[in-house]
Design a protein around this ligand. Structure first.
Ligand code: ADP
Ligand code: MG
Length: 379
C-alpha cells in the first residue's frame, strides 16, 4: 500500500513539473539614480521604452526591484537550491550585460548582508544536511569551480601554476540519457573538493576568486568574457532503506551579454566576442529547442550547454536571473537581455497591459525526496 501511494505521489509530482515546466526566469533591476525601467506593482512585470519610444512590457516569474536585498533574492531561490538534496539536477544562471549585477547576484560581497546566492546556497545546504542526518541520511558534497573561456575549460581550483589551469574534457558519468534521473557531467582533471563546513566553502570560493583576479589583471578583464560555473555534486544515502540520491547544484555567472562594437571586434577580441556570442546563443538555442519540444536538443554545440546538459531539460530544473542595468544609456542592451529571456521562457507579452503569463507567481517546483518527505525521483 505504501508503495502504491508513493507511485501515485510521484506521478502527481511529475504532472506538476510537466504542467508548469522546469524553467523559471526572474528579473533583477540594479539600483541606478536615473532608472529607465519601470517595475509594475504586480512584481511580475517591467516596462521600458525602446530607443524608438515604443513601450515594451515583459513578464517574469518574479521581478526584483533595485531595493531588493540579497536575502530577499535568496529567499525566492532557496527551495530550488534545496531540491538538489532531493536528487534534482539544478542550475541557476545570472545573465546580463557587464555591470548589470550578475556577480553581485551570484557571489555578492564579503559582508553577511552582501552575500550572494553561492555562499547562501552552500550555507543552506550544509544546514539541511545536518537536519537530514537525524533522519538517517548521510550526504557527501563535492565542489568544482570551472571557467569557460573561448570554448576552453579551466579549473579555478587548480593550484596556481602558470599554464596548469587548463582542465580536460567533459566526461559524462553514467551516461546522461540512460539514467532515470540524469547522470552527471564532470570535467576531467578538475579538482573536486569536499565541502563539510562553511569554512571549506569559503576557502573554495576564495581560491576561485583569486584565480579569476589573477586572470583579470593578466588578461584584460577575462572575467567579463568568460562564464564561471560553481558545481556542487551532492550524493545522499539513506542507510536503512539503501536509497541513494545524486543531485547537483550549478551556479553560473555568465559572460557579459553585450555585443562588442564592430570596430572593436578585431584580432583576439574578435575571437572572444564571437565565442561568447556563440556560447550564449547556444544556450538560447537549447532553451528554445526545449520550449518547442524539439526532438534534437543541441547540447553539444557549446561547452557550457554540454557541461550543464543534466540540468537543462529532462528532470533538471533551471532558473535564469536576468540582471538589468536600468540606466537610459543601456536601454538597447537591456532590451537584448530581456529578449533573450523571452526566448528562454516566452515571456514578452504582446499587449501593453502587463504580463499575461498563465503561471501564477508561485515558484512551486514540486519536490520529492527527504526534504519534502515525499518519494524521490531516484529508483
Ligand atoms: P556584472 O557581474 O554583471 O558585470 P557586477 O555584479 O559586478 O556586474 O555589478 C556592477 C557593480 O554594481 C558592482 O559594484 C556591484 O556591487 C553593483 N551592484 C550590482 N547590482 C547591485 C545591487 N542589486 N545592489 C547594489 N549594488 C549592486
Ligand atoms: Mg561580473
Amino acid at each position: 500500500a505504501v508503495a502504491a501511494t508513493d507511485a501515485r505521489r510521484r506521478e502527481i509530482h511529475n504532472q506538476l513539473v510537466e504542467l508548469k515546466g522546469n524553467i523559471r526566469v526572474f528579473c533583477r533591476i540594479r539600483p541606478h539614480p536615473r532608472s529607465a525601467v519601470q517595475c509594475l506593482p504586480d512584481n511580475l512585470s517591467i516596462r521600458l521604452a525602446g530607443p524608438d519610444g515604443k513601450e515594451h512590457t515583459f513578464g517574469y516569474d518574479r521581478v526584483f526591484r533595485a531595493e531588493a536585498t540579497q536575502a530577499a533574492v535568496f529567499e525566492e531561490v532557496s527551495d530550488l537550491v534545496q531540491s538538489a538534496l532531493d536528487g534534482f539536477k539544478v542550475c541557476l544562471f545570472s545573465y546580463g550585460q557587464t555591470g548589470a549585477g550578475k556577480t553581485h547576484t551570484m557571489q555578492g560581497s564579503r559582508s553577511f548582508e552582501g552575500q550572494g546566492i553561492i555562499p547562501r546556497a552552500i550555507a543552506k545546504i550544509l544546514e539541511s544536511v545536518v537536519k537530514l542526518r537525524d533522519q538517517g541520511w548521510d550526504y557527501r558534497l563535492e565542489a568544482s569551480f570551472i571557467e569557460v573561456y573561448n570554448e576552453q575549460l579551466r579549473d579555478l581550483l587548480a593550484e596556481p601554476v602558470p599554464g596548469r589551469r587548463e582542465a580536460g574534457k567533459i566526461h559524462e558519468n553514467n551516461a546522461i540519457q540512460h539514467q532515470p534521473n540524469g547522470g552527471h557531467t564532470v570535467v576531467l582533471g578538475a579538482q573536486r573538493l569536499a565541502i563539510e563546513s562553511d569554512a571549506d566553502a569559503e576557502a573554495i570560493t576564495r581560491r576561485a576568486a583569486a584565480a579569476r583576479a589573477v586572470e583579470a589583471t593578466a588578461m584584460n578583464a577575462v572575467s567579463s568574457r568568460s562564464h564561471s560555473v560553481f558545481m556542487l555534486y551532492i550524493t545522499g544515502r539513506h542507510e536503512a532503506s539503501g536509497t541513494q540520491l545524486q543531485g547537483s547544484l550549478n551556479l553560473v555567472d555568465l559572460a557579459g551579454s553585450e555585443r562588442l562594437a564592430r570596430s572593436q571586434a578585431e584580432g583576439q577580441r574578435a575571437k572572444e566576442a564571437c565565442n561568447i556570442n556563440k556560447s550564449l546563443s547556444s544556450l538560447g538555442d537549447v532553451f528554445q529547442a526545449l520550449a518547442t519540444k524539439a526532438t534534437h536538443i543541441p547540447y553539444r554545440n557549446s561547452k557550457l550547454t554540454h557541461l550543464l546538459q543534466p540540468c537543462l531539460g529532462g528532470s533538471g530544473k533551471t532558473l535564469m536571473v536576468v540582471n538589468v542595468n536600468p540606466e537610459p544609456e543601456s536601454v538597447q542592451e537591456s532590451l537584448c537581455s530581456l529578449r533573450f529571456a523571452a526566448k528562454v521562457n516566452q515571456c514578452e507579452t504582446a499587449a501593453k497591459g502587463g504580463a499575461q503569463r498563465s503561471i501564477s507567481s508561485t515558484q512551486d517546483w514540486g519536490g520529492a525526496g527527504p526534504l519534502t518527505g515525499r518519494p524521490s525521483l531516484a529508483p
